[in-house]
Design a protein around this ligand. Sequence first.
Ligand SMILES: *[C@@H]1O[C@H](CO)[C@@H](O)[C@H](O)[C@H]1NC(C)=O
Ligand SMILES: *[C@@H]1O[C@H](CO)[C@@H](O)[C@H](O)[C@H]1NC(C)=O
Ligand SMILES: *[C@@H]1O[C@H](CO)[C@@H](O)[C@H](O)[C@H]1NC(C)=O
Ligand SMILES: *[C@@H]1O[C@H](CO)[C@@H](O)[C@H](O)[C@H]1NC(C)=O
Length: 421
Amino acid sequence: MAEKSKEEKSRHSSLLFFFVLLVLPSLSTAKSTIEPCSGSDTCSSLLGYTLYADLKVSEVAALFQVDPLLLLSANSIDPSPPSAPNSILPSGLFLRVPLPCSCSDGIRRSLSVRYRTRPADTLSSLASNIFSSLASAEQIRDANGLSSADPDASLEVGQSLVIPLPCSCFNSTDNFLPAVYLSYVVREGDTVEGVAREYDTTVTDIMNVNAMGSPVVQPGDILAVPLPACTSSFPRYASDYGLIVANGSYATTAGHCVQCSCGPGNLNLYCTPASLSVSCSSMQCSNSNLMLGNITSQPTTAGCKVTSCTYGGYVNGTITTTLSTSLQPQCPGVHQFPKLITPPTQVTHDSFFVPSPSPLPSQSGGPVTAPKTSAPGSFALPGVSPANGPAGSISAATYFVNPLNHLVVVCILHLFLEFLM
Ligand SMILES: *[C@@H]1O[C@H](CO)[C@@H](O)[C@H](O)[C@H]1NC(C)=O
Ligand SMILES: *[C@@H]1O[C@H](CO)[C@@H](O)[C@H](O)[C@H]1NC(C)=O
Ligand SMILES: *[C@@H]1O[C@H](CO)[C@@H](O)[C@H](O)[C@H]1NC(C)=O
Ligand SMILES: *[C@@H]1O[C@H](CO)[C@@H](O)[C@H](O)[C@H]1NC(C)=O
């Protein structure tokens, strides 16, 4: 009698053991922010992408189906030399990719990127290399109905796959100020504090935006990082309605004719004719000799009379301009533009790779070296974790459980239960 009962309990505990073993890995998949949404509005977002190889600007642009000049502008790389789209960017470089963020099945997600498979591509290699862990193998598999595909098996060449990419909008505001959200894949050695410092925000802000219970992240997690931005107020019928530019960067619009910048001194969008070799319609304000971006000031006894010719949006292929005059206490100084750089040829890590306060075992001492482009993906253990993914766990605050720790925890739990019963 007692024997039987013991045996039964043992079986229960074993069942529990396997249950826990099955359930826990779903908590250990990378976390990413889930923003519920409704309707079909689209906003602008940025994707933090790390190059897996040396790639031409045009190749990166083609991968994400974005305009190469927009890609350059978003990274403050001078788009004006005709050779710019053909420059080769180094492997490991971190870029901000401007992507439209839409609403799909009630959550914010970008589904605008399609990828045509090449020889030797696997779901895992797409996830961890080509798309630098912005999507997991499971997410790509599920988005394309490849339910039975082995993540490490070669895919049929020439398939067109949708790559579901993370994005957030949060009404393009953060604490009631204009913001554009960057989807940032946490790398080895990153801390929330480091990421906050890098992007001029606070730990509290990142925690609030990402609904985190504690300021703890693991490599592979994807954070939504708010970047201060300049908004436009173009009419809804303008084709560039809703244009938003992150502080310190640029955007080209109106058929490559207009270049708008944000910062560094203030967060007012400032648009001027772009110096790209395209033919453009007139950019002169009517009834004046001022061109787009021109500001004249005239000191008077009552203050400074400032007249400006500003960009009003791209409407029906026409560049609209607005002439306005105002009386300001002081005359504005010369406009400062965000710094434009030439295409980088080397990766400098110090700006993106923030050392964590406590030394990590993997990099004890010595200088911080290049983040391995494939590293963040390798922890995801595609074979172990059952599909689930972040979409299943709306409570984004679930703590990440390291797969190794998790095994230890399960074993201890098992022993403990055995002991009890
Ligand atoms: C979104 O932001 C706009 C201003 O940009 C504001 O008027 C509106 O109330 C906000 N909507 C929500 C739902 O927060
Ligand atoms: C915008 O960026 C500049 C540096 O590029 C920085 O000095 C300034 O504080 C930033 N503005 C805001 C509002 O974050
Ligand atoms: C007006 O803007 C044009 C184009 O940006 C520029 O070449 C010109 O120097 C500006 N003129 C004045 C008076 O600021
Ligand atoms: C754009 O052009 C079409 C036809 O050319 C016209 O019907 C429409 O009103 C125009 N829209 C605006 C906002 O001017």
